[in-house]
Design a protein around this ligand. Sequence first.
Ligand code: G6P
Length: 621
Amino acid sequence: MCGIVGYVGRSQAAPILLDGLRRLEYRGYDSAGVAIVNGDHLETRKCAGRIASLANLISKKPATGFYGISHTRWATHGKVTDENAHPHFDATGKIALVHNGVIENYQTLKEQLIQDGDTNFQSDTDTEVLAHLIGNIYRKLEGTNGKDSKARLVNATRAALKQVIGTYGIAVVHADIPDFIVGARRGSPLVLGVGKDENFLASDVSAIVAHTRDVVYLNDFDLVSFDSENFEISSIEGTSGQHAVSKVEFTAEDIKKGDYPHYMLKEICEQPDTVRDAMRGRLTYEECTAKLGGLDMNAAELRDVARIVLTGCGTALHAARVGEYVIEQLANIPVDVDFASEYRHRNTPPTEHTLVFAISQSGETADTLGALRESKRKGYRTLGICNNVASTIARESDGGVYMHAGPEIGVAATKSFTSQLIILNLIGLLLGRMRQLSTAQGKQMIDALEALPGQIEQVLKLSDQIESIAKKYSGVNGMLFFGRQFNYPIALESALKLKEITYLFAEGHPSAELKHGIIALIRPDLPSVFIAPDDAVLSKNLNNIEQVKARKGPIIAITSGNGAKQLKNLAADIVEVPTTIDCLTPVLTVIPLQLLAYHLAVALGRDVDKPRNLAKSVTVE
Ligand code: G6P
């Protein structure tokens, strides 16, 4: 959510900053801007709209200089206008700042600044208040650091941040301090890219990976200052610490769209590989179980687990809901699932031997991180299921399991969801094999897991059929989704996908809930999608499908095995996926529905990878 890129080096900053912003555009895309230092003044270009509008502005009025900062915004405080776009400036206009996060006490700080004679605010944003505060302190520190204006800017930033309540990832430049950027983070990710004769600052490595794969992931309360050759990291309090340079595990190639028209389609099609990668090296054939070293728990600790809490937001929460069924079925351990945003503020009675899993593709979602921290506070063992290995959730949890799905750029999560499903099944297998699951059942599960990548290839071949179904229904105002047991959460996830990228009304429900109210909605122009594979509840699903059919509701069915035969006279459209064991059916049933949302969005002319109002990683509460 929002993106920051900073550059100091020997090349022109504008193309590097613009390219970095394009890579971050999936995180926030309602306005964008740059401030580049040219001699002793700032060249600022900013506007509401996409990065393309900013690029257009720069092409008409070039901004030259070798260091600068930039931002792509997802509005929290203040409307989407040119004035509210970042960068923002202090009262003198010499200091420019870009900011991700929310300054909660900005009103109080603003009043104090105004009383101090620091007026001249140009926008409604909380960010501008921070820029003014840094500038105000910078002026007051005149003379304190002799001629060392770099130290003065660092000290002013540090002092300002000490007054801030809220979250931030920031980058600051001063027009009179050549070749120098200050950054700091609290609750909003920031990474330093270490190059040769050039250094970078970004909110996400994907912005800078084309230039360097050597990075330092900043921790909360870190403050970094750097020029083109050196960098220094200390805490906001002023203490210095050790920071390791690590290698980014993906390359610039991995974040290219290739021949695909959209990242979302590319990521849907990557699922045979990403599902394989999620289980790679994690299955043991001799013992017919899973091996998850990242949990960092010995056999006795795993055997002692008495309760599991799964939490997350959006798509990750839907994976958690599948996980609840899977782990209870395989391991016979009680599982609770809760929205991270609710869980973090609830006062659940503490229980012993409880594991809390925070599930998050980005590993940066503010509510999921909040839930993780609250669980830690309560003394639970907290574990992360993340894709981004350097993320805050990955780093703050006691252990976890990485998805290894590669960068996910499409705002609507697809491949990360199926990776999460695989990992939750592996957790169920591991804990189940320590309890009631037999060797034969473990073997059956491993065989089924190993067959999945090939089966996903078959599902992807249904894309043309699904595209024609999407075209057929492109005039509808909405869709309902129904499923039972393992596939009830797939109804939720499919409805979410449809809402996110087509903006159509959609709801997901357990099939049997139909008769408790939802049936009143059924009419000939509102299609119902039933996720009804050939599993233990197929016959129950068929009953519900009959109820919709009787009321002339059009039915699209996702099924497998004998399901197609039984649905022949009920469903207008039948999509057949391969058969697998019940707990793995969601991995296969969700993919046609990702494709349905995708093709429908394309048919409606939507911006698939950057749907309106959404951000890939939501780092505010
Ligand atoms: C946002 C995205 C969703 C995503 C959710 C959780 O709302 O738009 O697609 O599922 O965040 O993201 P996470 O990175 O924590 O999995």
